[in-house]
Design a protein around this ligand. Structure first.
Ligand code: UT7
Length: 324
């Protein structure tokens, strides 16, 4: 018997405040036109003062539980992908566990920056397949607005805040790509790329949270080639080809990266869920946000084969193939 981690529900949360590109023109040497044409971003949401990553994650989790028709008390594992936790510890996952009124099961965070949701999904899948958990909440939640250098036009116009969540449940499968659920995972990292994307502060160095630093152009080139290759590896592992894909759900960093990766995979853009124009780069929240919006738009339907892929600081990158 093959055990599969099947998607039972999806949900998301976006903070109320929407910031259009034009707002940056007042404080930075930038234009709406530059941001749109270089990144595809038109607007992003920023958390309100005092609004936290765990609060946003809990909103998304509630929406996903409602969609699944599952009570929080029936969840036995919560994993949160985030690089912007409320506190150094305890984990955002345990804070969300408390917020949802759960007192059993186990909860922890995963930190793989923009690839975090892929790493968290992989972990949830492994726990379900090994029998450690039956129903898992997988959440991506970020407040990147807290680590922006508002004087650096090359980074602060690109990121946004938000959260997305999936509910996964163990189910019996046949072991083929006809099964619903997670069909394959491919994970990679290479720490020699540290300086391409990092935050210049932390507990054991400066004792501060620090600000995000990025070498955008070299990262752009790494992103397209590494995303296409990890997606191809995940497809090979799932025994499918590009022709079998209904939807690519990419990390939403830059429309040109999304288009370049789709082209390398031989897929037209009408098979790609795109939300970057409305959310900007929400790091580990971007894939579950795109899945939730893609389902709400009527794009992703039960039975569809989806490939999710992401890359971020580390560098860390990876892909998941799943049948919704
Ligand atoms: O989530 C993790 C993954 N993240 C990514 O993969 C991000 C990858 N990188 C990117 O998305 C793109 O590299 C950017 C959107 C960051 C930049 O686009 P680019 O086409 O690579 O531009 P560039 O960095 O080569 O910069 C071109 C010019 C520079 O001016 P000079 O040196 O040519 O005079 C920049 O200083 O654009 C300038 N520039 C800006 N101009 C107006 C940079 N930021 C801005 C800005 N407004 N906001």
């Amino acid at each position: 018997m093959t055990v599969r981690a099947v998607i039972k529900g999806v949900g998301h949360y976006l903070p109320e405040r929407v910031v259009p590109n034009a707002e940056f023109e007042a404080t930075l040497d930038t234009t709406d036109e530059w941001i749109r044409t270089r990144s595809g971003i038109e607007r992003r949401h920023f958390a309100a003062e005092g609004e936290t990553t765990s609060q946003m994650g809990a909103h998304a989790a509630r929406a996903a539980l409602k969609d699944a028709g599952i009570d929080a008390s029936d969840i036995d594992m919560v994993v949160v992908a985030t690089s912007t936790p409320d506190l150094t510890f305890p984990s955002v996952a345990t804070m969300i566990q408390k917020d949802l009124g759960m007192t059993k099961g186990f909860a922890f965070d995963v930190q793989a920056v923009c690839a975090g949701f892929i790493y968290a999904l992989s972990n949830a899948n492994a726990q379900i397949v090994s029998g450690q958990a039956k129903r898992v909440l997988v959440i991506g939640a970020e407040t990147f607005s807290r680590i922006m250098d508002w004087t650096d036009r090359s980074t602060c116009v690109l990121f946004g805040d938000g959260a997305g969540a999936l509910v996964l449940e163990a189910a019996e499968g046949t072991g083929t790509s006809e099964d619903r659920g997670i069909l394959s995972v491919d994970l990679n990292s290479d720490g020699t790329y540290r300086d391409m994307l990092y935050v210049d502060g932390g507990v054991s160095t400066t004792g501060t949270a620090g600000k995000l630093r990025m070498q955008g152009n070299p990262l752009f080139r790494q992103a397209v080639s590494k995303l296409a290759s990890t997606a191809e590896t995940a497809m090979e592992k799932a025994n499918i080809t590009s022709a079998d894909i209904d939807w690519v759900v990419p990390h939403q960093a830059n429309i040109r990266i999304i288009e370049g990766t789709a082209k390398k995979l031989g897929l037209s853009m009408d098979k790609v869920v795109v939300t970057v124009q409305d959310h900007g780069n929400t790091s580990a929240a971007s894939i579950p946000l795109a899945m939730s919006v893609g389902k709400a738009r009527g794009q992703i339907k039960q039975g569809d084969i989806c490939v999710a892929e992401a890359i971020g600081g580390g560098l860390a990158w990876g892909a998941v193939v799943l049948r919704w």
